[in-house]
Design a protein around this ligand. Structure first.
Ligand code: HEC
Length: 122
């Protein structure tokens, strides 16, 4: 039992070096993927606008970095979905990264994450 707990901690505490771990995380988060599927095309257009205009005003119009770091697919490759959700919802206190949870629903934040990370990492 103790050994099992240790290996779970190891899995959670380490960067995602192994595809197996990445797959576990993907499985873990895939239960929520259907949530954004029912956004209307107007909502999706508004979100895309927000991503490139509002997020882009700090992260660069191509999201390759500005005041904030690059948030391209490559830059976010190793960042877990749960981390991205917290950062977007709550912001990063003490930095210019603002919280978005009062403006965006959970579904909309999930859509942004999928748009940023790409459909293969849903
Ligand atoms: C007012 C400027 C500003 C706006 C607007 C902004 N960000 Fe940020 N963001 C930042 C800064 C600065 C950081 C880095 C903070 C730090 O850790 O020093 C950051 C960090 C992040 C990170 C973490 C990146 C990493 O490599 O860990 C993500 C993801 C992110 N922002 C996504 C978004 C999204 C999505 C939006 C739009 C919904 C957005 N940001 C809007 C300034 C901004």
């Amino acid at each position: 039992m103790r050994k099992a707990i240790d290996s779970i901690w190891n899995l959670l505490g380490r960067p995602l070096k192994h595809t197996g771990q990445a797959m576990l995380l993907t499985l873990f988060f895939s239960s929520s993927t259907a949530a954004w599927a029912d956004l209307s095309s107007q909502e999706v257009a508004a979100l895309r606008h927000l991503l490139y205009q509002d997020c882009g005003s700090c992260h660069g119009l191509h999201l390759t970095g500005g005041l904030g770091p690059a948030i391209t697919r490559t830059a976010l490759q190793s960042k877990p979905t749960g981390y991205l959700f917290t950062v977007i919802a709550k912001g990063i206190p003490g930095t210019p990264m603002p919280p978005w949870e009062s403006l965006l629903s959970e579904k909309e934040i999930q859509w942004l994450i999928t748009e940023l990370k790409g459909p293969s990492t849903q």
